[in-house]
Design a protein around this ligand. Structure first.
Ligand code: CS2
Length: 497
């Protein structure tokens, strides 16, 4: 980072100054989330206990962050912001940055290098090339097939497995693969996909690799939590003003930061507990707590909010109709579906969630949370919905979430979903629109979408769920999101006067 004004005093800034030389961690997915989460925990760990834990960051396609980091000597700022306070942290834990699409061989070599002890991943729910129907590796995906044929790997699972194969052949030292994405059982899931990739290789390669994977590679589960919006010029200006430094890639983040991990590392790890990480033998209850209460509710806030004209999550939760729908989906549809971890005070946790969503200084956009819904909803909705349906109850607000999603991505004829919905990116957008155009009724549309595998097989066969989603789509199209939200709580809206 260039110094703009040497006289500026960083008042509430934490600059980690350690000069790192050794790379112990290769991270796939050099986005904002990693830089505001794992990097900050790693900086705190290294402040406390030195170790060979520099991070080589790998971006998948875009060179924007990697180039900027190189120019800034791998420093950048995390701007922690709330209406009350702004604090800036400069983690300084990266030792390099690569773009996988430009240098696939270098990524394999880095993971195979003897000094690398951990590979971490934040590649989003979309980055795991699995089939939502089976949960297993999507062997029909052409990119997976190309990786299996031995082309320079393009998928994350291909990169990872090919790099592990190279590592085995070079020296076979143990290593840990740590997923930091919002997936149920993210470590177990990643292990399954890597094992399935290995199992699809020719027999001679397969046998040596699968035996070594079982013996030397660990895949701990982890729950990650920090709300991290996309950056804007306002954050660049805040860094310039407060630190007197020019940072082109600062990361905005809420003050809250949480990480719960299983302590199963094959070759050591940084002392992340010094940054506040918690280690436990069973992460799944924390994952369910977070994926359902935070992420599941977040999706409903984003879709209803966008349809109500709200640009940000804080504006959306400020609307009584969205806040009430959020309370209902959280308490009625998500909370009864899992056991809250014993050390969590759930009422505190929930009131903190509403405060976090209400952080109006953050500018977290509904379009960001609403993007990639096809991959996110598959992690958030099917299992809780199944539990309610098996107990004979249609979960109203889960059905409303799916309906609001469909209205954002494939607006019914004559319905204007508005600019925030139009800006949501989703790999399934085109096929959802095509399905809406090709079907003659809303029920047929929803049936076709669910049969296409969006939420797994069981929900695709649940006509009572499909019917309710279709009703909500029709109500949104005819009367707007407020009417659908009122219908979901069983209060019919007063007729317009
Ligand atoms: C959000 C998450 O975009 C989304 O779907 O629900 O990114 C959320 O902000 C983080 O998981 C918070 O930890």
């Amino acid at each position: 980072m260039d110094r703009l004004n040497a006289t500026t005093t960083p008042d509430s800034a934490l600059l980690h100054r350690r000069a790192l030389r050794e790379t112990g961690i290769v991270h796939l997915g050099l986005g904002n989330f990693h830089r505001a989460h794992q990097a900050v925990f790693t900086a705190a760990a290294l402040d406390h206990t030195d170790g060979p834990w520099g991070i080589l960051g790998v971006a998948s396609r875009s060179g924007q962050v990697a180039d900027a980091l190189r120019e800034q000597d791998f420093r950048y700022s995390v701007v922690e912001i709330s209406p009350q306070d702004t604090r800036i942290v400069v983690p300084a834990v990266h030792t390099g940055a690569l773009v996988a699409a430009e240098r696939p061989e270098a990524v394999l070599d880095a993971i195979a290098a003897p000094g690398t002890a951990i590979v971490t991943l934040t590649v989003t729910e979309n980055g795991y090339t699995y089939s939502p129907r089976t949960g297993g590796l999507d062997l029909d995906n052409p990119a997976v097939q190309a990786d299996l044929r031995g082309e320079p790997p393009k998928t994350t699972i291909g990169q990872l497995t090919r790099a592990l194969q190279r590592r085995l052949r070079a020296h076979a030292a143990p290593i840990t693969v740590l997923s930091c994405d919002n997936l149920v059982g993210n470590g177990t899931h990643t292990a399954r996909l890597v094992h399935e990739f290995a199992a699809a290789l020719p027999a001679d390669e397969r046998d040596e690799l699968t035996a070594w994977l079982a013996e030397a590679v660990r895949f701990p589960n982890s729950m990650v939590d920090r709300i991290v919006p996309a950056t804007t010029d306002a954050y660049r200006a805040a860094v310039a003003e407060r630190l007197g430094l020019r940072d082109t890639v600062p990361v905005p983040a809420e003050p809250f930061n949480m990480w719960v991990l299983e302590d199963r590392f094959a070759a050591g790890r940084p002392r992340w507990e010094h940054g506040g990480a918690r280690f436990t033998s069973d992460v799944v209850p924390y994952e369910l707590l977070k994926l359902r209460l935070l992420n599941g509710t977040h999706s409903l806030i984003a879709y209803l909010g966008a349809l109500s004209g709200c640009d940000t999550i804080s504006a959306a939760i400020g609307r009584p109709l969205v806040a009430e729908a959020a309370r209902r989906v959280l308490h009625e549809d998500y909370l009864p579906t899992f056991a809250v971890p014993a050390d969590i005070d759930v009422e505190d946790y929930i009131s903190q969630l509403f405060e976090r969503w209400g952080n109006s200084a953050l500018g977290h956009r509904t379009r960001q949370v609403g993007s990639d819904g096809s991959a996110k909803l598959a992690q958030r909705i099917p299992e809780p919905a199944r539990q309610h349906l098996r107990a004979g109850r249609v979960p109203q607000h889960l059905a409303l979430t799916v309906a609001a999603y469909l209205c954002c991505l494939a607006p019914p004829e004559g319905f204007d979903a508005g600019p925030h919905a139009a800006a949501m990116a989703d790999p399934l957008r085109a096929s959802l629109v095509a399905a809406a155009e090709a079907t003659r009724s809303t029920t047929a549309f929803v049936t076709e979408v669910l049969r296409g595998g969006l939420l797994g097989d069981e929900l695709a066969a649940r006509t009572e769920f499909i019917g309710r989603v279709a009703e909500f789509v029709d109500i949104i199209a005819a009367h707007g999101p407020a009417a659908a939200a009122a219908e979901a709580v069983g209060q019919h809206p007063a007729p317009a006067t």
